[in-house]
Design a protein around this ligand. Structure first.
Ligand code: NAD
Length: 510
């Protein structure tokens, strides 16, 4: 279970170390990328990254393959995704363990991520018999007007390290049933999981004689990432990652009038009212702030506590934080694994300096974990800080388990502070008062893409459209009608009469 090589073999990864797939594993000649286990610093494997020439080969292949894939009936495309879901069910444990080994999230979350892939496959299968367009009433006699949705082309998928497989699946399952082919550039911090996923999807495609739909290029941001976002052959770029990355990608894609789907950083908050079920709130805050070691885009980073419950709730939180078992993420008893690497630990420690300089009070944590874990592991303590919303460090997303506790008296003040950050991804209120709940969900409430009542900020279901506003980028992935981002809309008007009436009643040369 613990050995990456054995897991990779069980996942069907033959000992190739190529970092690019386009109908075949390419003979990549870019610099070697070494993948390390963040829990102990051990090497997991090596991948030869793609060069600009490999990228060119892959994108040309994806572009050519689109011509065929777009004409496969959507329900037949759905059948491929149904089989992908089945294949993922078979490999859920191994792929989940590989996610845990390479990225560091605990095994329950590693497997949960694969379950999310399965769920989106199921969703996409149903979608493949829908992809509905409207029929409109024409103002002209003997005319019929309707709209239809066509595949758009090659979709570029740029993914972050923290959901190394699920984010690909959100995009890939939907893009595939929509009739698009794709180019996946995963995070260089999680190349092995990407290669494993590519092998899984390849087996399904080979069984069905499908080629060129799912393509992979692992390589540097500078060489591969930049080539992809500048490429006019890629009409849609779906990019998941930091706000800084998204701002750049958005600008480059917009300059060539391409479409981008941006899923960027969050600065998510929970408001707890004095009438809330506090036990429920405590559990939600703990999962939201500590889960995935604070490395979810939806991680709870700010907690607005009403002044009447501030002290008691804080005490309960500290007690709960003391119980969090930190260590080997493959151990099912562990609640918090390591950060993704030592750079992330450095960023966490720098945030502690900034907190102290800016007048924050560290109530719990704030340090590296050194005892009971491997010396080379990237372990830190989950941290509670009494803070003010206006502190610069609170306005930023530090990708680590740091929770800022902020006091308030009136709900309106809490909502104002809640919205007073650059990001707008996920949010929640805990209350049993209908008026408070509805206010939070109303147009004068949370400004986020996701707003919950008596549920924390993280752990979204795939059925909803997922994404956020402001610096979070405005993109939507996964459920609801997010599929529309992966297709082009065409309005059709058919004249089946004998005259040629013009719209708006215009007479022209009659
Ligand atoms: P990151 O921005 O460092 O990298 C994300 C991806 O973008 C990587 O594949 C990276 O190689 C690529 N990239 C970076 N610069 C690029 C460029 N110039 N051209 C093309 N590609 C480029 O993010 P990360 O550290 O991997 O992930 C953590 C971040 O992702 C956090 O901010 C988190 O909130 C965010 N995230 C958001 C969502 C969401 O749905 N909103 C989901 C997961 C993660």
């Amino acid at each position: 279970m613990r050995n990456a090589k054995e897991i990779l073999l069980r996942l069907g990864v033959k000992p190739v170390n190529s970092g690019a797939y386009a109908g075949e594993w390419l003979d990549t000649e870019g610099p070697e990328l070494i993948s390390y286990n963040p829990a102990n610093g051990e090497e997991l494997g090596r991948v030869r990254t793609a060069t600009a020439a490999d990228y060119e080969k892959a994108v040309a292949y994806a572009h050519e393959s689109f011509k065929e894939w777009r004409m496969v009936p959507a329900p037949k495309r759905g059948e491929i995704i149904r089989q992908l879901g089945e294949e993922l069910r078979v490999h859920k444990q191994d792929l989940g363990a590989l996610v845990t080994l390479e990225m560091g999230k605990i095994i329950a979350e590693g497997e949960g991520e694969v379950q999310e892939m399965i769920d989106i496959c199921d969703f996409a299968v149903g979608l493949s018999r829908q992809l509905y367009g409207y029929t409109m009433q024409s103002e002209r006699p003997f005319h019929r007007m309707y709209e239809q949705w066509h595949p758009i082309g090659v979709v570029g998928i740029i993914t972050s390290f923290n959901f190394p497989v699920a984010v690909w699946a959100w995009n890939a399952a939907i893009a595939a049933v929509c009739g698009d082919t794709m180019m996946w550039k995963p995070s260089s911090r999680t190349p092995l999981t990407a290669i494993a996923v590519q092998h899984i999807v390849n087996r399904v495609c080979e069984r069905n004689g499908v080629k060129g739909v799912f393509n992979l290029v692992i390589g540097s941001r500078k060489e591969i990432g930049e080539a992809l976002i500048h490429d006019k052959r890629i009409p849609v770029v779906s990019a998941t990652g930091s706000c800084a990355m998204g701002r750049h990608v958005g600008e480059v894609v917009a300059r060539r009038l391409g479409r981008s789907i941006l899923e960027l950083g969050g600065n998510n908050a929970i408001i707890v009212m004095p009438d809330a079920d506090l036990k429920l709130a405590l559990r939600a805050v703990l999962f939201g702030a500590v889960g995935t070691a604070g490395q979810r885009c939806t991680t709870t980073r700010r907690l607005f506590l009403h002044e009447d419950i501030f002290d008691d709730f804080t005490r309960s939180l500290v007690e709960a934080y003391k119980q969090v078992r930190i260590g080997d993420p493959l151990d099912p008893h562990t609640l918090m694994g390591p950060l993704v690497d030592q750079k992330a630990v450095r960023i966490y420690l720098e945030a502690m300096d900034a907190i102290r300089e800016q007048g924050g009070k560290i109530i719990y944590g704030g340090e590296k974990v050194t005892e009971g874990v491997p010396a080379a592991g990237a372990f830190v303590l989950p941290t509670l800080v009494e803070a003010k919303n206006s502190m610069p460090i609170v306005q930023e997303e530090t990708f680590a388990p740091i929770l800022y506790l902020i006091r308030f008296r009136e709900l309106d003040d809490a909502i104002r502070m809640h919205n007073d950050v650059p990001q707008g991804l996920s949010s929640a209120i805990f209350t049993t008062n209908l008026k408070y709940a509805e206010k939070f969900l109303s147009a004068m409430g949370s400004d986020c893409g996701i707003a919950n009542v008596n549920i924390g900020t993280s752990g979204a279901e795939i059925g909803g459209a997922f994404g956020g506003e402001k610096d979070t980028g405005g993109g939507r992935e996964a459920g609801s009608d997010a599929w529309k981002g992966y297709m082009r809309r065409q309005t059709n008007t058919i004249n089946w009469g004998d005259d040629m009436p013009l719209a708006q009643g215009i007479k022209f040369g009659d």
